[in-house]
Design a protein around this ligand. Sequence first.
Ligand code: F6P
Length: 390
Amino acid sequence: MMSKTIGILTGGGDCPGLNSVIYGVLLKAADAGYKVIGIEKGWKGFLEGTIRELDVEKLDDLHTVGGTLLYTSRTNPYKQAKNIQESVKREKAIKETAEKMASQIEKLGLDALIAIGGDDTLGVASAMYKYAGAKVIGVPKTIDNDLSSTDYTFGFWSAIQLASNTMDNITTTARSHQRIFIVEVMGRDAGWLTLVSGISTGADIILIPEKPFDLQNDIVNILRDRIDSGRKYHIIACSEGAIPTKKSFERDFTTISQKDIEKLPRDDFGNPILSKLNMSKVLVKELNTKEELRKYFNDNDVEYDIREVTLGHTMRAGTPSSFDRILGLRLGVQAIKLILKENYGQMACLNGTEILSVPLSEGAQKKLVPKDSDLIEVADLITKVKCGKA
Ligand code: F6P
């Protein structure tokens, strides 16, 4: 068997289980007689050549540790090329960038590269393979669970547990003060995190980006119904990317407009930075303008006191769950197996209980919550029953 030198990098937001994948890679690489070179800070370090050898002997139990020992960044090597307006020129620039990236693999003395990341990071790897035949393997990472071709991304269930713990706990203080709590959950334009953590904790209203909400019908009226049915505190799980319908935006909102959302700053990959919007805060402000609802609460001897909690990066913090440790290890081992078979341009994935692989071009695609998801049905049933409308 020929010895190889494998590069490994982690890109995008950090996520519990990154170190588990790295450890899986190291375990199998050691077994195969491969050397592993860690590239620091994702594509940034790849371009700058910030590398160091990883020694599995010195990293016992790395899979149990949260975060990434390789650091991470959101650097997009294709940023300039993608901004070119004219399509032929843009395509040419993307191809040239991909070729430059592929040649960097050799310059760094690597035989193959493992890129661990979400749709942005894997999109970069996918283009390297598509345009320049680069020897790359992808591993799907993100707490958001928004990647197609894998049943779950690692990090998702750790984040669910963290979000669920907070949402469970918030009910005691909500009950004590008779408050409405709006809990903002990460996930960008995908509602998986909010939907699953919201259902698991019995959130009274769940707002996700895939199903734009109507402030009057989906929040104000439900809160009234909950008061009618004797409920005195309320938990709203709100995705950071939840948005009102166009109609509701125009009719119900007084503190922000569509333009404010369009004007949001964006990261290197063009994703709006949703923490700058803080939808839960917007909802608190809007609900505070609803004087009729306040009166309705007060007439029923219930406080009208609305608070928001933004879970933010606490959702990605700490150690990975056992599920994510195992999933990470298995995906890492699979990445080396794909290299052993010289099956490049693939993404390791979870399919049912099996670890398989799919072409990177498929794996790097987004997976949003389908409109007909049974999870949406469960969430709606919970809301309906818990406002006395069963
Ligand atoms: O993609 C993972 C994620 O945690 C999203 O849910 C969130 O919108 C984003 O990263 C936050 O990014 P940053 O860590 O750069 O603030």
